[in-house]
Design a protein around this ligand. Structure first.
Ligand code: PLP
Length: 485
């Protein structure tokens, strides 16, 4: 990278601090000395650390510029399907930074840590209420780890019954983490195809379900953005053969306070607190993927568990059938505090309202765009909708080109090429926190790109044009990332 600032307008280039430093620069002024000078004795290994000398403004500009290279929901709309990149109210951050929370050491003894334990205990209760389950663990650090924990719980459940089951049914629309989590636990994923209207059917599941099969992993709403209306019948089929129904709850943002999965057949489910319950994510964490279970699976949950006993909250390891610990200490507590704050500030009524608005926004966007973009399944959706590049592909414009072009309009691209059952998929999730005006702006950008694909497709192949870096060789960028900027 050149060191000339300003080559792309106000998004300035920035060298490494080591390249920027100049010997003798200082970021602070020491008060005048009022004691005699004493030479420092570093001993034989005397050498100064390799730290660049910088002035205060060097450092401030460095980090401020780097922050401008990032795109987040505070900068603009982030309609990344299946990820629920909604706006997270700042009050949740404020609660999580309260000194009593942020400053608490994980090894603080229980009697001095009653506040945090109570918060976590109550959060488990809220999550059980929302999912219609009986018990929860907050330990898993992400949805994928929640899935793994769920698979371990199911494995332990069969082990306790003296049964060995080797397979688990996973729909063809599932997120890649589902079969991966099953495989990590030694289960073989048995794929089941969804029907022509994008749903699982009890018949398709019945054709696979047997006494060798531990159960099914169902994402509800699924990754096509549809509610799995046949879940009660599917659960009946699975339960009749002694199986367990695992629900991937990554898409709960569509049904918070509306559907309790535990009431319609699920036995175990994870939630992604960082998606649905208000933690900014996208840079790789931290997150939290609690799982909630029906009472019959509770004995296998990870330890320690929080118990409320004679007015005191305690951590107990008195669960002999537990799968053991799956995260150090209590998991990512900061994320849990934000989720607690979010749930308490929203209350039952507004959690439900948030889901209703998420669904309304997605359907509005779907209806406005469906003439210009091929809609994979033309029916009412939940919180996200899946288009494809079919109309644009005849002009050699692919989902990737459309996604890159959106960046020139100031939007984060949607999820592309997922779910796998839709070739050239563009999965858009506007979320409830966007205003109609902002959704209209996104729609206009999509429409302008569709028009350009008709009239001037070659130009689109060169997008993005207005970003700090132009189109990257994606393979090269993944294999040999340039970490210096
Ligand atoms: C995000 C997601 C996951 C994985 O969750 P992480 O928190 O990213 O590990 C699993 N399933 C679906 C449907 C998802 O959208």
């Amino acid at each position: 990278m050149t060191e000339i600032a300003g080559t792309t307008g106000l998004i300035l280039n920035e060298p490494l601090l080591w390249e920027k430093g100049k010997e003798g620069r200082e970021g602070y002024s020491m008060p005048r000395r009022d004691v005699p000078v004493v030479p420092l004795d570093f001993g034989a290994a005397e050498s100064s650390p390799d730290i660049p000398d910088l002035s205060e403004i060097d450092v401030v500009r460095h980090y401020t510029r780097l922050s401008q290279w990032n795109f987040g929901v505070d900068t603009g709309m982030y309609p990344l399907g299946s990820c629920t990149m909604k706006y997270n109210p700042k009050t949740n951050e404020r609660q999580a930074s309260l000194e009593g929370f942020a400053g608490a050491h994980p090894l603080v003894p229980e009697h001095l840590n009653q506040g945090i334990l109570r918060l976590l205990f109550e959060l488990q209760g809220y999550l059980c209420e929302i999912t219609g389950m009986d018990a929860a663990t907050l330990q898993p650090a992400a949805g994928a780890q929640g899935e793994l924990t769920g698979m371990l719980v199911i494995h332990a459940y069969y082990a306790a019954k003296g049964e060995r089951r080797s397979k688990i049914i996973v729909p063809d629309t599932a997120h890649g983490t589902n079969p991966a989590s099953a495989a990590l636990c030694g289960f073989k994923a048995a794929p089941v195809a969804s029907s022509a209207d994008g749903l699982l059917t009890a018949e398709a599941v019945a054709a696979l379900m047997d006494e060798e099969t531990a159960g099914i992993m169902v994402t509800n709403p699924n990754t096509l953005g549809f509610f799995e209306t046949n879940l009660p019948e599917i659960a009946e089929v699975v339960h009749a053969k002694g199986g367990v129904v695992y629900c991937d709850g990554a898409n709960m943002n569509a049904v918070m306070g509306i559907v309790k999965m535990g009431r319609i057949g699920a036995d175990i489910m994870h939630l992604n607190l960082h998606k649905t319950f208000s933690t900014p994510h996208g840079g790789g964490g931290p997150g939290a993927g609690p799982i909630c279970v029906k009472a019959y699976l509770a004995p296998y949950l990870p330890e320690p568990r929080i118990i409320h006993d004679h007015g005191e909250y305690r951590l107990s390891e008195d669960f002999p059938q537990s799968i053991g610990r799956i995260h150090s200490f209590m998991g990512n507590v900061g994320v849990m505090i934000k989720a607690y704050s979010y749930i308490r500030t929203m209350g039952a009524e507004y959690l439900k309202r948030a889901s209703e608005l998420a669904v309304l926004n997605a359907n509005y966007l779907k209806e406005r765009l469906k003439g210009a973009y091929h809609l994979a399944y033309d029916r009412p959706c939940m919180h996200e909708c899946v288009f494809s590049d079919r109309y644009q592909a005849v002009r050699k414009i692919k989902a990737l080109d459309i996604a890159k072009a959106l960046m020139d309009f100031g939007f984060h691209p949607p999820t592309i090429y997922f779910p796998l059952v839709v070739p050239g998929a563009l999965m858009v999730e506007p979320t409830e926190t966007e205003s109609k005006e902002d959704i209209d702006r996104l729609i206009s950008a999509f429409l302008a790109i569709a028009e350009q694909a008709e009239e001037n497709p070659e130009q689109l192949l060169e997008s993005p044009r207005k970003t700090k870096v132009r189109r990257l060789d994606e393979t090269q960028a993944a294999r040999k990332p340039c970490l210096a900027g």
